[in-house]
Design a protein around this ligand. Sequence first.
Ligand code: KG4
Ligand code: ZN
Length: 341
Amino acid sequence: MLVLGLETSCDETGVALYDSERGLLADALFSQIDLHRAYGGVVPELASRDHVKRMLPLIRQVLDDAGCVATEIDAIAYTAGPGLVGALLVGASCAQALAFAWGVPALGVHHMEGHLLAPMLEKTPPQFPFVALLVSGGHTQLVQVDGIGQYTLLGESLDDAAGEAFDKTAKMMGLNYPGGPEIARLAERGVAGRYTFPRPMCDRPGLMFSFSGLKTSALNTWQHCVSAGDDSEKARCDIALAFQQAVVETLTIKCKRALKQAGMKRLVIAGGVSANKALRASLEKMLGDMKGDVFYARPEFCTDNGAMIAYAGCQRLQAGQHESLAISVQARWPMEQLPPL
Ligand code: KG4
Ligand code: ZN
């Protein structure tokens, strides 16, 4: 089954062609980062308008790259939520219009299920069941995954998502959006031990997260540096490193707890923050010590992309799921509401 996947939940237009027999045939992405940079974050209306501009040229590009023609496409998968409603509506209407024109089924895919299944596109995909750490700009969740659509939420953030905390911490130090890669880049030059930030909610049992206090600690430290006349690159690097270490250690502690609670030794990390090298190294070490395995997608499939939507959609479409021509998206959408395959 050849599936066209469309991702438009936020500030990236992602398009891909995934074939159930041949695997991923092509994928293309247009990132709107430059468009939103001047505003320090995503401007929803600008995002929607840009998705409209990029979608059809990207679809033509993946068809060309894959050496396919539109009549070969068996179904279309698009991100139906969670995300920015205007941006989601662009992908949904485009998918439904093309599905109607080409006489093929369409299916709305859950964005976080897409992230969760992205490591399946790699050479050594994880086997079910596993524990997944979903860390993106909007979500921080620990989920027990027994199969596609068999999700048990083990823990999540009470306030900011991990990616959001990276973005806000970067913004307050005057760094560019998105802040995660910027903080990671500065952290490489930071001196460990100059600052230490809290590991929130690690001193009590449970699998919930809270990152807003950590962000405030970083803010206070930065303001202290500024008022002492030290708003230098070095101060930024040292704060970036201390902040990243605190996030990484907190996530590692909670992943260890979740694996223990679920009685598993297989961990999947997904979402934009799973591209973070320090996080990967820390989880590799933790799983290595317990003789387990950690799985993640290649960096470009950790952040938003069309390939994960084409893959997740293909699994559900192959199982016979599809929907009517109604165009419907959801800004908020708990993943546990998804039907099992
Ligand atoms: O999954 P994603 O592309 O979009 C959402 O679904 O939110 O995640 C974007 C988030 C942003 O907050 C970005 O700063 C963060 O992922 N991110 C990173 C890294 N690359 C992206 N955070 C830390 N380290 C990175 N290398
Ligand atoms: Zn995402």
